[in-house]
Design a protein around this ligand. Structure first.
Ligand code: C6P
Length: 426
């Protein structure tokens, strides 16, 4: 498809007409980085699956903490420590509300999704025994594979994997038949980072619970796009990162059902997670502090709280409607683009477009796109088994956020036209 500015503008107008939620993209102005250029071209940032950009209010929240509140939490009787503690704990309340957890004790601040899953694999996984089974799926990020493999190595448990079909959907029948009396936990991504597939997690959780098996959802790619209600989902653990949700890097949340967290041993020892320490015996703090050893990322948690407030005020339904319109636009253009093969065509998708371009290496595509100011991710997306399943070494991935526009979609395809100019019909 050749890029025609008139056609682009018309398409944008038409899409706006059917997508009133496009007003969301006017919030671009909240994100200072979007004003910069790359290679003398306006930045078109389509690498939101890797990390999203930060609105000014999040940047301000972090700076405000260091300028006015900086002190350690839960430790001092002095005013600054109390104010820092209040702000940190207020962020926990925002997180509880954001995912509708029943209790604030169920919200553990972590460094990100990776740490959240490692926490569960180590702590909940301490009960695994030889011959137990851990069920994951073929579309997991390495963060939801490797911690379970390590747990298997420690315990002698066995990893089982639910297959993915050609469209990038899970085989529900296989999921059910792989649940066995030895299954101890299911680790399942809510939204695939490499395909965009939104899994039918409610149904899958019901199948697991019918057999008494708890479920951990990897929500890294879901929280920026979908309203999450952990009680309605009935999941047992929910893990996500702050930095994909317009918050700072090095922040994240592990939600855990209280009864499960209460029964789990600590996984890291240190300050704040204890009640009483002697050389003979140590007793542990209450939830959630038992799982937050050492000085946490206080500024980060406070700024993550601000990010959640920002997203909540915009409304995840409006964000989702806007991003769906972008995905529809991008998918239509992709289907018409010569030599482009979409990887991931599930019926339910978040705004992630993964593809390969005939024989052109994904990294070459990414470099040419970068030259045009368009940032995408290329590679295996930390999902190597999934790449193998689709017979590709790497894909090009455009992933959208609330501030993206139909002009951004058009710019992506204009840049892909440049790739064709360079490589011909490779
Ligand atoms: N995926 C991507 O470009 P951390 O690194 O802990 O914040 O998140 C890990 C993670 C776990 N699960 C899923 C589904 C993910 O997408 C990610 C991060 C990024 O796709 C960076 S590899």
């Amino acid at each position: 498809m050749r890029d025609d500015p008139k056609e682009r503008a018309a398409l944008g107008r038409a899409a706006n007409a059917i997508a009133p939620a496009d007003g969301i993209a006017r919030r671009r102005a909240d994100f200072p980085i979007l004003a910069r250029t790359v290679n003398d071209r306006p930045l078109v940032y389509l690498d939101n699956g890797a990390t999203s950009q930060k609105p000014q209010c999040v940047i301000d929240a972090e700076a405000h903490y260091y300028a006015h509140l900086n002190a350690n939490v839960h430790r001092g009787v002095h005013r600054l420590s109390q104010e820092a503690t209040d702000a940190y704990e207020a962020a926990r309340d925002i997180a509880r509300d954001f995912i509708n957890a029943a209790q604030r004790e169920e919200i553990v601040f972590v460094r990100g999704t990776t740490e959240a899953i490692n926490l569960v694999a180590n702590s909940f996984g301490a009960r695994f025994r030889a011959g137990d089974e851990i069920l994951i799926t073929g579309m997991e990020h390495h963060s939801n594979i490797v911690p379970w493999q390590l747990a298997c190595e420690r315990s002698g448990a066995v990893l089982k994997v639910v297959p993915v079909d050609d469209s990038g959907e899970l085989d529900a029948a296989a999921f059910e038949s792989l649940l066995s009396p030895r299954t101890r936990i299911v680790g399942l991504t809510h939204v695939s980072n490499a395909l965009g597939t939104i899994n039918p997690v409610r149904e899958l959780i019901a199948l697991a619970h019918a057999r008494g098996v708890p479920v951990l959802l990897d929500g890294a790619q879901a929280v920026p796009h979908l309203a999450i209600d952990v009680q309605a989902l009935d999941c047992d653990f929910y893990a996500f990162s702050g930095h994909k949700l317009y918050g700072p890097t090095g922040t994240g949340v592990l939600y855990g059902r209280r009864a499960l967290l209460e029964a789990m041993p600590p996984w890291q020892g240190g300050g704040d997670m204890i009640r009483q320490v002697s050389f003979a015996r140590t007793t542990y703090n209450d939830l959630p502090y038992r799982f937050e050893a050492g000085t946490p990322n206080i500024a980060g948690a406070i700024a993550l709280g601000e990010a959640m407030r920002y997203v909540r005020d915009l409304g995840l339904d409006a964000i989702a409607a806007h991003e769906s319109a972008l995905l529809r636009d991008a998918t239509e253009r992709a289907r018409a683009f010569p030599g482009l093969r979409l990887i991931g065509t599930a019926r339910e998708k978040a705004a992630i477009l993964s593809f390969v371009l005939q024989d052109v290496h994904a990294h070459d595509v990414g470099s040419i796109l970068d030259h045009e100011g368009v940032a995408v991710r290329t590679g295996h997306h930390c999902a190597m088994p999934l790449m193998e399943r689709f017979g590709v070494a790497a894909t090009v991935r455009a992933s959208f956020a609330l501030y993206n526009t139909h002009e951004d979609v058009a710019a992506l395809f204009a840049a892909l036209d440049k790739v064709r100019e360079v490589f011909g019909d490779a």
